[in-house]
Design a protein around this ligand. Sequence first.
Ligand code: FAD
Length: 291
Amino acid sequence: MKLKSLFEEKKTVFSFEIFPPKKTSSIQTIYDTLDALSGLSPDFISVTYGAGGNPADRSTVQIASTIKHKYNIEPLAHLTCVNSTHEHIGLILDDLRQNGIENILALRGDINPNIPPQTDYRYACDLIRELNTCGEFDLAAACYPEGHPECPNMEDDILHLKQKVDAGATHLISQLFFDNNDFYNFLYRVREAGIMVPIEAGIMPVTNRKQIERMVSLCGASLPKKFVKIMHRYGDDPAAMQDAGIAYAVEQIVDLISNGVQGIHLYTMNNPLIAHRISQSVASLIRCSNH
Ligand code: FAD
């Protein structure tokens, strides 16, 4: 099923993101995670893709295929282009086709200062344009409520986002954020700019101090005072920090759904217990919004 039709059917979509296990871990770990996540009946599950763009690494496609064929849940395969050639991308598309995967989150990927990028694709919109011409895949793209860290201003970032939608992206998934007002302001500006496709809010439950420090340095999300207080108060107590992080994410989601957001994309960090607690807390809200 193409995700475009899911957004036509449902008022509020609820989806998960997972990542392939590190090379040092067994692939079995992700199947245990999927066993647990599938019981939560998300509308789709997205699987990240290494920005290295190694065409020999089939883990994203393999996991997406398992999600589709073993669990009967729609997968969304991430695909980055910054370190890929047209030939690499062609091989991955063949693999996706052979596995019946119809949905791709088309990304540029982060530029690694130690690896000179390939030159076939400069931005995600180049990949989206190319994928759209083959007409077989439904395409999603990333968006940034606080602006992409490399872009000097929000106006330009939104213009670049519009290029991705004009090139064929039918739905957007946001970077994580901790202040819903950032998301609402962004939505207002994006709609003003004529971007009308569904936008899912990316929510990451922050359950330990290290995770948040790494995330913030990677994606530049700002931390509201309320959140910083929680971190200072509970950061050294793992159980308390986990409870507080889950409660914070649930509060964000309740507010977003009440304000009519079209989708919640939960960054599960491959932790089914946390995904379970959050899903349980908001399941009736999502059901109610879809009635
Ligand atoms: P782009 O849309 O190409 O934008 C990158 C930068 O270029 C922005 O600053 C933009 O404003 C600018 N730009 C775009 N077009 C132009 C133009 N025409 N002229 C000038 N500037 C322009 N990374 C991974 O490696 N693997 C993943 O699986 C992955 N999944 C992600 C999922 C989500 C939901 C999100 C939000 C991010 C994900 N990322 C992933 C991270 C992402 O790859 C990085 O944020 C990357 O730096 C930007 O990717 P993009 O597709 O948004 O790039």
